[in-house]
Design a protein around this ligand. Structure first.
Ligand SMILES: [Zn+2]
Length: 338
């Protein structure tokens, strides 16, 4: 096994007005992702939380949206008859349909629930089980129609900081014949790891993280949950499902495990007064060296005078930052998992 956890210690010395202009040292850690070799900066200072945000005015002003139950079957697009003769796909309360503003070959939206708005502690495993089941059906049927569409992302952008203009909880499902940058990095690096070691990176990583115990959260069935050594976002939590590269081959209990892990992470975010997040499931067919991965990150919460968490560092230097030490996040989030 050749998984290395490389890190560099940086330090900034200055005379602080908060300490009577005494000299202080502020550390920053640069960590290298063991797989992709991408750098990530762990900053050790954070902005104070402003507490819970009151969403009542925002909810009142936007309710009755296209995704609300009275509109969703009237005002949303329908799939091509060749792929889904029934037009839309429903499982429980989840409804899937094509995205009116797609960004790829096959873009869909899945409305997750009847409620126009949910606080992060109100999402339930059942909500995600139903939503992910719709996603799987969309992917299965689209791939039967167009087998070249091997690269899929099942994502959630929640609230404005997460990039969503619509409050109503929903997923995005996007399939293409070519990978995204992130998928290509993951695939290329997993493939060369396999060539060098003749083992699956994800299997080795989980074994090592389990042994170290500092970033390993738990397993729920065959889904292994951990905090990344070199996160690419704030409060990043990852899950990987053993024995699968594509979400389409998951059995019911594995879908339930994914759903539970996502909900556990959201409960932790809620307890930290965070309210906006993104997740992506990277689902790729026909790649023996890859294992299905979900990555969840929090965004700066909605609050008066919103602060964007992507600065010139992320957008122009491609250097990602995290604002909590991964080992500390792991310790804090463990009690929220079953
Ligand atoms: Zn709505």
């Amino acid at each position: 096994m050749e998984i290395k956890f490389e890190r560099f210690h940086l330090q900034s010395d200055l005379r602080s007005p908060l300490e009577g202009f005494e000299t202080i040292s502020v550390p920053t850690e640069v960590r290298i992702d063991p797989l992709t070799k991408r750098r990530s900066r762990i900053i050790t200072w954070g902005l104070p939380s402003q507490g819970k945000f009151d969403f009542s005015k925002m909810v009142e002003e936007s309710k009755g949206c296209f995704f609300c139950p009275e509109n969703v079957l009237q005002k949303t697009p329908q799939f091509l008859k060749e792929i889904f003769p029934e037009g839309r796909i429903c499982v429980g309360r989840a409804v899937g349909f094509p995205n009116l503003n797609p960004v790829g070959s096959y873009g869909s939206v899945i409305v997750l629930c009847h409620e126009h708005f949910l606080n992060l502690n109100q999402f339930t495993p059942e909500i995600y089980e139903e939503g992910l089941s719709v996603a799987i059906e969309i992917i299965r049927r689209t791939m039967a129609f167009d087998p070249d569409t091997r690269y899929w992302q099942i994502s959630q952008n929640f609230l404005l900081p997460g990039g969503s203009t619509i409050l109503h909880p929903h997923l995005q499902v996007i399939g293409d014949p070519i990978p995204t940058n992130e998928m290509e990095w993951l695939l290329d690096a997993s493939f060369s790891y396999y060539q060098r070691n003749e083992t699956l990176y994800w299997k080795d990583l989980i074994q090592i993280e389990k042994g170290l115990g500092k970033r390993y959260i738990t397993n729920i069935g065959k889904t292994y949950w951990f905090v990344s050594f070199a996160p690419i976002g704030f409060n990043e939590v990852c899950g990987s499902v053993e024995g699968h590269g594509s979400i389409t081959t998951l059995a019911k209990e594995e879908i339930a495990s994914l759903a539970k892990g996502i909900v556990s992470t959201l409960k932790y975010y809620d307890a930290k007064f965070l309210n906006s997040f993104n997740f992506s499931i990277y689902s790729i067919s026909g790649e023996a060296h890859y294992q299905l991965l979900v990555r969840i990150i929090s965004r700066t919460p909605i609050q008066p005078y919103y602060l964007n968490d992507w600065t010139s560092f992320e957008v122009l230097q491609s250097e990602l930052t995290a604002n909590i030490i991964p080992e500390e996040l792991c310790r804090e989030i463990r009690p929220y998992f079953p």
